[in-house]
Design a protein around this ligand. Structure first.
Ligand code: SF4
Length: 345
């Protein structure tokens, strides 16, 4: 029994002393604390170059959205002014075209959206091999949110089941981003803002079409395109431009028809038959008398662009995307720091 007492005392003493030493050491660190902090700040400044590159991408994307929303590209403005000249004086058609022109001028001057509906936001990113698409997607999302806060874009994207609006234009499938790999060194980003009214008058036909007597050939294609224009009757805020795809499956056909709208209005189709069909469709449509906004007149269509995709022997689709007069598309080529090096339209 006498041996147990010293064992208990020896265990307690060293434990208490050790605890006190730790407590004393803590305040002693406060003195050099400023030096440590200063070193950390210097360390954080090191990756500043990366931050600069990111900022330029975000600035470039924001400027791309602003300009697309507020300014009609030159090639589109040119055909709108030609259409205004063509309309007879003191007619409702001329009045409509004058309002369109005034709208275009005012939006550019005030840097405000051309139309209250800033549309579906469609990005087309062409990039060299090895681009981190996820990073670009994140930057695009950030720019879209910022553009919405700044009023370049309307709060325009809603949940299809609940109708809830996130208020930021971000959600499933929106914005729509299409990536393409190309052999150039620089990234090119194109943007299209496609209004809902004109999207509603888009159409897809499966040939042969018995009611229209449209077979599986270019004559049949012509018939269904003219049928779509006739059915629209100026709805979708005409005069507008058609993007058409012959062939493909139903999904690819619509995607290609929209990509045709990325072409400049004054370019020439490399395929002779399609080049002729494009001109003939515009000429015929403008003789239908539907006119701007369906008020009657000489301008129903400003342009028609037709592409072609292979199809299954069993299918023959003609997909038509209609773009209203508020034809908002722009594009940029980015430089090494993701700055805007060149405007594409
Ligand atoms: S169809 Fe075009 S012009 Fe008409 S409301 Fe929509 S975005 Fe505006």
């Amino acid at each position: 029994m006498a041996k147990k007492k010293p064992v208990a005392k020896a265990t307690k003493k060293p434990v208490k002393k050790a605890t006190k030493k730790v407590v004393k050491k803590t305040p002693a660190k406060k003195v050099p604390a400023k030096k440590v902090t200063a070193k950390k700040v210097v360390a954080k400044k090191a990756p500043a170059k990366k931050t600069v590159a990111k900022n330029l991408l975000s600035d470039s994307l924001l400027e791309l959205i602003r300009k697309t929303s507020a300014e009609i590209p030159d090639d589109v403005q040119k055909v709108i002014l030609e259409a205004l000249e063509r309309e007879e004086k003191n007619t409702t058609a001329e009045y409509a075209m004058n309002i369109i022109k005034a709208n275009i001028d005012l939006a550019k001057k005030k840097s405000q959206p051309l139309c209250q509906d800033t549309g579906t936001v469609l990005f087309y990113v062409s990039h060299p091999i090895g681009l981190d698409q996820e990073k670009i997607t994140k930057e695009i999302h950030k720019a879209v949110v910022k553009a919405t806060e700044l009023g370049y874009l309307r709060q325009n994207s809603v949940d299809s089941l609940t109708g809830a609006n996130s208020g930021m234009n971000i959600g499933l499938g929106h914005p729509s981003i299409h990536f393409h790999q190309h052999k150039k060194k620089n990234i090119e980003i194109k943007l299209m803002l496609k209004g809902g009214g004109c999207e509603n008058v888009g159409a897809q036909y499966s040939l042969p079409h018995t009611a229209l007597e449209a077979g599986r050939d270019l004559k049949g294609v012509r018939k269904v395109i003219l049928d779509a224009i006739h059915k629209a009757q100026g709805k979708g805020c005409g005069p507008g431009v058609l993007g058409v795809c012959i062939g493909g499956d139903r999904g690819a056909g619509y995607i290609e028809s929209k990509e045709q709208l990325l072409r400049k209005l004054d370019d020439k189709n490399a395929i002779k038959e399609l080049r002729e069909l494009e001109s003939e469709i515009v000429e015929t449509a403008n003789k239908l008398g539907i006119g701007p906004m369906g008020f009657g007149g000489k301008t129903t269509l400003l342009g028609c662009k037709i592409g072609v995709l292979n199809r299954l022997p069993a299918s023959f689709f003609v997909s038509i995307s209609y773009m209203c007069w508020a034809y908002r598309r722009q594009g940029v080529e980015l430089g090494t720091k993701n700055e805007i090096k060149k405007w594409l339209y």
